[in-house]
Design a protein around this ligand. Structure first.
Ligand SMILES: O=C(O)CCC(=O)C(=O)O
Ligand SMILES: [Fe+2]
Length: 359
C-alpha cells in the first residue's frame, strides 16, 4: 500500500530512522504536513492535559527585580520558592537584546538542514557536552514527546568555541554570562531565607558549580490534545532560568493538587523554578514543582532554559547549617551525577526522581 500522510512510515523503525537516526526530529515530521499524529506520540489518557484541570484565575507570582537589594524583594522570592516553586521575574538585569538574540539563534539552529544538526546527535557528536536530540529519553519512554532540543553543557569558553554550533554559540554564551548576575542575586536571597549568610566556595559549587543550557523547539503538532511537548516532571537543577517565547503552553502543578496553572508569556521576563537539588539542599523548604508543556496545533514554540546545577562530582544533601540546629534531615547525601543518571534512566514521571534521595 502506498504511504498515506496519516501513517507515512511503514513501521515504527522507519519512523525512528527518520526522526532520530536521520536527525529530522519532530520538526521534520511537522513539516511533512501530517494530518494525524503518529501513534508513537500518543500519550496515555492520564498524561494528557485536561481542560477541566486548568485553573485559569490563578497565577504564579510575578516579582519586580528593579531593586534587588530591597528586603521586600528577597521576602517575595523566598515565599514564592517555598509556596509555588515557580515565579517570574521582571525588570531583572539581563538585557532584552540578549534574550531576543538567543531566541533568534534558537530558530537559526533548528532551521539548519537535518544532516547538519545531526552532527550533534548522540551517535555523532564529538562530545557528550553537546547533544542534539528529540523527545526526552526515547529508548526509555512508553510514548514519545513532541519536542526537539539542543543541549549545551558549559565547561569553558574554549570548549564552547571549539564544539558548540556556530549558529547559536555566541548568543547562548552571552545569555549565560548575563544571567549569572541574576542567578547569584537569587541564590543569595534564597540562602539568606534559610539563615545561610555565607556562600563559600564549596557551597557555591553545590549551588551553581555547573550549567547547562537547552534550546527547546516544539513544532506545530497535528492532534496536540493526544500528546505532550514535555511530560510531567520536576527539574534536577538547583534553579532553572527559563526564557519562553510569546506562544505559551507551560503549566505548573498547584500545591500538589490536581490543578494546573498556565505560565503566561511576559515579554522580557524570565521564569524561575526551584529544582530537586535545591529542594534537597534546603531540606524541603524550597520546592521543586511538577510542570509540563502542552503541544500546539497552530504554532511552533521555543524555550531556552538554563539549568543551574551542582557539579557532577558534588555530594549534595541538606545543608549543614539547617541540620546543626537539630532539624531532622529528610534527604540523604547523594552524588549529584548519580542523581542525574537516575533522572535520565526513565521517562518523565512527575516528582518520582526525588525519592532517590529520600531517607
Ligand atoms: O519549554 C518550557 O517552557 C519548559 C521546558 C522544561 O520544563 C524543561 O526543559 O525542563
Ligand atoms: Fe523542566
Amino acid at each position: 500500500m502506498a504511504p498515506t500522510r496519516a501513517e507515512p512510515f511503514s513501521d515504527s523503525s522507519a519512523l525512528i530512522d527518520f526522526v532520530i537516526n536521520q536527525g529530522n526530529g519532530v520538526k521534520g515530521l511537522s513539516e511533512m504536513g501530517l494530518n494525524a499524529l503518529p501513534r508513537q506520540y500518543i500519550q496515555p489518557l492520564e498524561e494528557r492535559m485536561c481542560m477541566i484541570n486548568i485553573k485559569a484565575q490563578e497565577s504564579i507570582p510575578i516579582i519586580d527585580m528593579s531593586n534587588p537589594d530591597d528586603p521586600e524583594v528577597a521576602k517575595l522570592i523566598c515565599e514564592a520558592a517555598s509556596k509555588w516553586g515557580f515565579f517570574q521575574i521582571i525588570n531583572h538585569d539581563v538585557p532584552i537584546e540578549v534574550l531576543e538574540n538567543v531566541k533568534d539563534a534558537t530558530y537559526k539552529f533548528f532551521g539548519l538542514p537535518a544532516e547538519v544538526k545531526n552532527k550533534y546527535s548522540k551517535e555523532h557528536s564529538s562530545s557528550n557536552n553537546v547533544r542534539f536530540g528529540t523527545s526526552f529519553t526515547p529508548q526509555a519512554e512508553k510514548a514519545l514527546e513532541w519536542k526537539d532540543y539542543l543541549s549545551l553543557f558549559y565547561v569553558s569558553e574554549e570548549e564552547a568555541s571549539a564544539l558548540w554550533p556556530l549558529a547559536c554559540r555566541e548568543q547562548v554564551l552571552d545569555y549565560m554570562r548575563k544571567s549569572e548576575v541574576v542567578i547569584k542575586q537569587l541564590l543569595k536571597m534564597l540562602m539568606k531565607g534559610l539563615n545561610v549568610n555565607e556562600i563559600d566556595e564549596t557551597k557555591e559549587s553545590r549551588l551553581m558549580g555547573s550549567m547547562r543550557t537547552n534550546l527547546n523547539y516544539y513544532p506545530k503538532c497535528p492532534n496536540p490534545e493526544l500528546t505532550v511537548g514535555v511530560g510531567r516532571h520536576s527539574d534536577v537543577s538547583t534553579l532553572t532560568i527559563l526564557l519562553q517565547d510569546e506562544i505559551g503552553g507551560l503549566f505548573v502543578r498547584e500545591n500538589n493538587g490536581d490543578n494546573w496553572i498556565h505560565v503566561p508569556p511576559i515579554k522580557g521576563s524570565l521564569v524561575i523554578n526551584v529544582g530537586d537539588a535545591l529542594q534537597i539542599m534546603s531540606n524541603g523548604k524550597y520546592k521543586s514543582v511538577e510542570h509540563r508543556v502542552v503541544a500546539n496545533g497552530y504554532n511552533n514554540r521555543i524555550s531556552v532554559p538554563i539549568f543551574v546545577n551542582p557539579r557532577p562530582s558534588d555530594m549534595i544533601g541538606p545543608l549543614p547549617e539547617l541540620i546543626k540546629d537539630g532539624e531532622k534531615p529528610i534527604y540523604k547525601q547523594v552524588l549529584y551525577s548519580d542523581y542525574v543518571k537516575h533522572f535520565f534512566r526513565k521517562g518523565h514521571d512527575g516528582k518520582k526522581t526525588i525519592e532517590f534521595a529520600e531517607l
